[in-house]
Write a protein that binds this ligand. Structure first.
Ligand code: GRF
Length: 193
């Protein structure tokens, strides 16, 4: 499986996925890291790991279609067959969705369908709910609405601060995402045998 990871910021999820790929726990290769943010920390992580990266912003293009066309070109060049979104803070448009049907997955820091959008952790914390969690799902054209692959709950304790909750969520993400990816890739491999 030839994977591309898309990330906009820190890249801690990219890091854990790259680590399990490197340890050959996943039958695949990360052939490309793409970021829509030329300043993102994830780019230096890719450099340290020796993973080829590209970064450009949609603002540098006349419209979203042209921006995604440029990404598609990179994906074709690298012969990518699966896309992993790891903190990619943009909606995937029709050009990429049509080229990769059921082949783009995302991780979201809430128990979807609750708290979709850019601030899943904060929104759950401010809503005062007793539990939130992490969701891994396929992408469709909505905001965090595609078919759910896996979820894990995280309790919000009365002593939790937003920061401690963020920390707990990230810990779950770093365990769940590589595990789910491993399972999906194994299943896809078996189906093509
Ligand atoms: C994670 O919380 C993920 O669920 C969300 O964006 C965050 C990315 O964190 N989609 P990182 O860049 O992987 O550290």
């Amino acid at each position: 499986m030839r994977m591309a990871v898309f990330a906009s910021g820190n890249g801690s999820n990219f890091q854990v996925i790259a680590d399990v790929v490197k340890n050959q726990e996943i039958d695949g290769e990360i052939v490309l890291l793409f970021s829509d943010n030329r300043e993102a920390k994830v780019l230096s992580r890719a450099e340290v790991l020796g993973i080829p990266s590209h970064a450009f912003s949609p603002k540098e293009f006349s419209d979203k279609g042209t921006y995604e066309g440029e990404i598609l070109h990179l994906l074709e060049e690298k012969d990518v067959d699966f896309i992993v979104l790891a903190g990619y803070m943009r909606l995937i448009g029709p050009a990429l969705l049509e080229a990769f049907p059921q082949k783009i997955i995302n991780i979201h820091p809430s128990l979807l369908p609750s708290f979709p959008g850019l601030h899943g952790i904060r929104d759950a914390y401010e809503a005062g709910v007793a539990e939130t969690g992490v969701t891994v799902h396929y992408i469709d054209k909505g905001i965090d609405t595609g078919p759910i692959i896996a979820q894990e709950k995280v309790a919000i304790e009365t002593e939790d601060t937003l920061e401690s909750l963020e920390e707990k969520i990230h810990q779950v993400e770093h365990r769940l995402y590589p595990a789910v990816l491993k399972r999906i890739i194994k299943e896809k491999g078996q189906r093509t045998q």
